[in-house]
Design a protein around this ligand. Structure first.
Ligand code: ATP
Length: 258
């Protein structure tokens, strides 16, 4: 597939709960080879948009497509099969499983019998277990975490737990990676490491979208940034243009600087 054509688009997305309009005819375009930021005040609708993109929420209006093929109506699992994966705002690792086993769960869509069979004493399960483990270790190694493979998540500091989640998201080589506040709860040093890690993950074949409140991270890593407020796009552009946009300063960055 031509990477230049890889694009996740959402057009006219309208989402409401009861009478509350959360997304109001929102248009976005996320391109492969770019890191796109999605910023805006609390409650602007950023996570809701991610939920629409992954199929967790069904918007009442609009259409979402990847590479020109509509995703509307597909379940979250079917969208994951098309390579659309996400991470969550709060660390969501399985506490009973080791780090490598958590990462293996990210491979469910790549194997016929799923990650669970890898833990069953069947011949195919054993073969898949070996392959999945190798892939998971390789993903962990790419993030400098190979030594943590057999630990439990609780034995790692928050920054490394975040990286384990990212390893789980990238192990299946996604086409679209949606990261929801990856720096939440991290200290400055951990955020710096994360920023570098995300730079390393970016590739010409990958659509990467980051929802994040840490402006240093967003400004330093993103090629383009969408600013949304009250479920509408306020502006979209390169970091410098967004940083100096008067509307953005008024609604968001201005309040950050206060
Ligand atoms: N399942 C739901 N039921 C009812 N209201 C919801 C639901 N999901 C989101 N909302 C509402 O939609 C609005 C947008 O929420 P959302 O989490 O998308 O904002 P956000 O921009 O991600 O905010 P934050 O930066 O604080 O995470 C909020 O008013 C929220 O209460």
């Amino acid at each position: 597939m031509d990477a230049q054509n890889s694009m996740l688009t959402a057009q006219g997305i309208a989402l409401s709960f009861g009478g509350i309009k959360v997304l109001q005819g929102l248009d976005v375009e996320f391109r492969a080879g770019e890191v796109t930021g999605l910023i805006g005040p609390n409650g602007a609708g950023k996570t809701s948009l991610f939920n629409c993109l992954t199929g967790a929420y069904r918007p009442q209006g609009g259409s979402i497509s990847f590479d020109g093929r509509p995703l509307d109506g597909l379940s979250p699992a079917a969208r994951a099969s098309r390579g659309v994966v996400r991470s969550f705002q709060t660390v969501a690792l399985c506490p009973e499983l080791t780090v490598v086993e958590n990462v293996m769960m990210g491979l469910a869509r790549n194997y016929h019998s799923g990650w669970l069979s890898a833990f069953l004493p069947l011949a195919r399960g054993r073969r898949e277990d070996r392959e999945m483990r190798e892939a998971a270790i390789s993903a962990l190694a790419s993030l400098g975490l190979a030594d943590a493979a057999d630990l439990l998540p609780s034995q790692l500091p928050p920054g490394m737990q975040r990286l384990v989640e990212i390893a789980r998201a990238i192990v299946g080589k996604p086409s679209v990676l949606l990261l929801d506040e990856p720096a939440a709860g991290l200290n400055n040093a951990e955020t710096r490491d994360l920023t570098q890690t995300l730079r390393n993950i970016a590739s010409p074949d990958l659509v990467m979208v980051i929802v994040e409140h840490d402006m240093d991270l967003v400004m330093s890593i993103c090629d383009r940034i969408y600013v949304i407020n009250f479920g509408e796009v306020v502006t979209c552009g390169p970091p410098q243009a967004v940083r100096t946009n008067e509307d953005v300063i008024a609604i968001y960055l201005g309040s950050e600087d206060d």
